[in-house]
Design a protein around this ligand. Sequence first.
Ligand code: 0X9
Ligand code: ZN
Length: 484
Amino acid sequence: MKKTILFVTTFCLVFFPLEAQDYWNTEIISVEKDQETVEKLTEMDLDLLMEWNNRVYIIVGFNDFLKLQKENIPYTLETFNFSPYKQKEVSLQGGINGRFHSYAELERDLLALQDSYSHIARVIDLGDSLEGRNIYALKISDNVYQDEQEAELFFVGCHHAREWISVEVSFLLGKYLVENYATNSQIKDLVDQCEIWIVPLLNPDGLEYSIHFYRYWRKNRRDNGDGSFGVDPNRNYSYNWGLDDEGSSPFPSSVVYRGLSPFSEPETQVIRNLFAQRNFQAVISYHSYSQVILYPWGYTNQPTTEQQLLDQIAADMSGLIQSVNGNIYEYGQAAADLYLTNGGMIDWTFGTYNIPSYTLELPPIDQAHGGFFNAEEDIQPIFNENLPAMLYLIDWSVQNFSSGINPSRRRERRSGPIANMKDKNQYGREARARREDKDTTQNSKLKTNEPKTSGVKNKTIDIGNKAINVRKYSPMFIKEHKRK
Ligand code: 0X9
Ligand code: ZN
C-alpha cells in the first residue's frame, strides 16, 4: 500500500546529502493534480515523469524535496512502484541492456550494414562526443557516395539517454530499407529517389551512462563544474534558446539545463553542421514515451504559419500508425502537450530552415505501461507500427521535392485543397471510441486521428505485410533546393 508522506524533512535529511542534486539519490513521488498545485509545480524546475489518475509523477532529489516542503505540497513516495526490479523480466533479458543497443553494439551493427549493403548504405562519423565516442550517421541512397539532387530526410534518435527505444526504431528503419531494397521495388524506388540520413544515437555518452550507472539519466555528460553533470541536448539548439526559464533551465543541475550558450554541446553542433551542408525536406526526432506526434512550435502556443500542413501530415502519420496495431498516437502542436520547451531541435529545424519537423514520442503511452522501459519483445512491433508513417514521410518528401518552385506560389496553393479538406476519416471515430474507454495521461489539447481527404492523388506502398496509402500533395512547402 502506498505510503503518504507529508513534509517529512527528516526523511530528506537522512536519505539525501546536503549538496547539489545527485542522481544516485533520487526518488519518484506523485502529487495531486489540482490547479493550485499545478501552478506551484510550473514555477519549480522539476523532472516530470507523467500524469496519471489525476496525479503528477515527478523524479525528485534533495533540493526538490525542500521546494515541495516550502510550498506545502503533499506528496506520495512512489519509488518502489517504479523499481527496475519490477521491470526486470521485460527489460533485462540479454545483459545489462538486453536487446537494446549499447554504443559499441550499434557501431558494430551500423558498420555491418555498410559492409553488407555498401552500394546503398554508408556510415559517416559526424563528430565526437565529450567522452570521445563517435556520433554516427547512416546515409541510405543509391549512389550513396555521391551527393545527388534528391529529396533528403533526417531521422534522429536518443537526444535523451534514457529513451532507449528511440535508438532501436531509428536503427531499424535503416536496416529495413537496406534489407528490402533488392526485393521490394517500391522501397527501391523510394531509396533511389532520395537520401535518407539516420542518426540513431545522438547522445552516446548519455546512453552509456544510462546503461551502466543510472537508468533514468537524460542529458549528455558535460561536467558542469559545480558538481553536476549534463546539458539537455534538446534545449541547446539556437532557435529561441533560453527564451525563458520555463521551457528550459539556466541551472546546471536541472534535467532540462540548456547549457552555457546555444550549440555549446557536441551533439547539437554535429546536427548544426550537418544541416548547414544538406537540404532536408522532413525531420523526425524520436523520443519516448507517450505515443504522440508533435510539431512546432514548442516554445509558444502560437501556431506556425504552416500549422495546417504540419497538422495534416501528423494526422496522416497518426492514422497510419494506428492502422497497424490499433495503437493511438495523438498529435498536435508541441506546446499543446504538457509543457513548453525552448532550444528544442524541431523548433530550430523549422524556425531556421522551414522544414516540416516532428518530435515523435514512442510507446508506451504512460508510466503505468513501462515509461522509459520498453519490453525487448516490443522493439520490433513498435518499429513495425511506425514504419508506414516513416515511409509516408519519405514518399511525401520525394513527391514534393522540387528545385524550382516559387515560394509565393506555394503559399497560394496551401490555402487550396488542403485547407478545404473534410473530415471523412477511417481512423478518427475508432480512435475516439477507444479513448473514451481509456484512462489516458495525454493532455486533451492533443488530438486523436482525424485524417482528412482531399483532391490529392493517392498512391500505395507495399511494405510486405500490408499496403499503405500515401497522399500526394501539391508541392507547396519544400524549400528550394540550394545545392549546386
Ligand atoms: O522534453 C523534450 O525534449 C521532449 N519530450 S521528452 O519527454 N522525450 O523529453 C519533447 C517535448 C516536446 N515539446 C513539448 N511538449 N513542448
Ligand atoms: Zn526525449
